[in-house]
Design a protein around this ligand. Structure first.
Ligand SMILES: NC(=O)c1ccc[n+]([C@@H]2O[C@H](COP(=O)([O-])OP(=O)(O)OC[C@H]3O[C@@H](n4cnc5c(N)ncnc54)[C@H](OP(=O)(O)O)[C@@H]3O)[C@@H](O)[C@H]2O)c1
Length: 243
């Protein structure tokens, strides 16, 4: 029998990987998890941007590594480097993502493939690469930053909605396939959040703050195996029809 877990898992000693940690929700998440006491492995495609973004909290609990969601080899290399550096991996936060808005008639296969690669294939690749390490802990966690666009359709966002719906399948599939290994996955589904992704919106002040999403990531990571939250939808406005 595995040991009984406490009502909330401690952060100290646990190692979490975060994609896209140089800005937006990813940076807020890295900052919050660091403040909680986690050790962090941060994967970004722009080393200089990451270094500047985390300058105020980079210490011996933080390692940085190259991660490009469009590079097939970078997930495995990053996982290996993380395991070698910290000796364990307890959690993965699949956060990096892109949004292209377009009319339905503006079908562009290359653009769709790019979204699919970054929003779906890369998190799948990273999750699978980390699985052996997550299994070893008996309490591995995968947090997928999805979107309300993974739960319903909004006009003008076909590429994004297709990929975020597929990413919901990835999150649910991870939850089901890895349950017996003690791994729990959660899809956090924010509505509009005040990051660069919301650039150009006239109403940025009323959007959800990235720090609030970071707080939810932290909460989800702290939950024991017996209190898994598979989906968390977050709203800054009323939207009928959401679960
Ligand atoms: N903001 C919103 O309204 C909102 C709402 C719902 C869900 N989300 C989701 O939340 C997540 C984070 O979004 P955000 O709002 O924080 O967006 P953001 O500020 O635009 O940041 C996106 C992050 O993803 C990284 N990224 C993009 N392409 C990458 C690639 N090929 N390889 C590695 N990293 C890559 C970016 O790195 P670079 O700096 O190098 O580009 C950046 O760190 C996304 O999955 C998004 O879909 C956002």
């Amino acid at each position: 029998m595995p040991e009984k877990q406490p009502p909330f898992l401690p952060a100290a000693g646990r190692v979490v990987m975060v994609t896209g940690p140089n800005r937006g929700i990813g940076l807020a998440t890295a900052r919050k998890l660091h403040a909680d006491g986690y050790s962090l492995s941060l994967g970004a495609r722009r080393a200089d941007a990451l270094k500047a973004a985390i300058a105020d909290f980079a210490d011996d609990r933080v390692m940085s590594h190259h991660f490009d969601a469009q590079d097939r080899k970078s997930a495995a290399a990053w996982v290996d480097a993380t395991a070698e550096h910290f000796g364990r991996i307890d959690g993965v936060v699949n956060n990096a993502g892109i949004l292209h808005l377009h009319e339905i008639d503006e079908f562009d296969e290359d653009r769709l493939q790019e979204s699919f690669e970054i929003n779906v294939v890369a998190p799948y690749r990273l999750t699978v690469a980390a699985l052996p390490h997550l299994r070893k802990t008996g309490a591995g966690r995968v947090v997928n930053i999805n979107s309300r666009s993974g739960l319903r359709y909004v006009n003008g966002s076909m590429d994004y909605c297709i990929t975020k719906h597929a990413a919901m399948a990835l999150s649910q599939g991870t939850w089901r396939e890895c349950w017996e290994d003690g791994i729990r996955s959660t899809a956090i589904c924010p509505g509009p959040t005040n990051t660069d992704m919301a650039e150009g919106r006239p109403d940025r002040d009323r959007l959800t703050d990235p720090e609030t999403i970071a707080g939810l990531v932290s909460m989800v990571l702290s939950l024991p195996n017996a209190a898994s939250v598979p989906v968390l939808a977050v709203c800054c406005d009323e939207e009928p029809g959401l679960p």
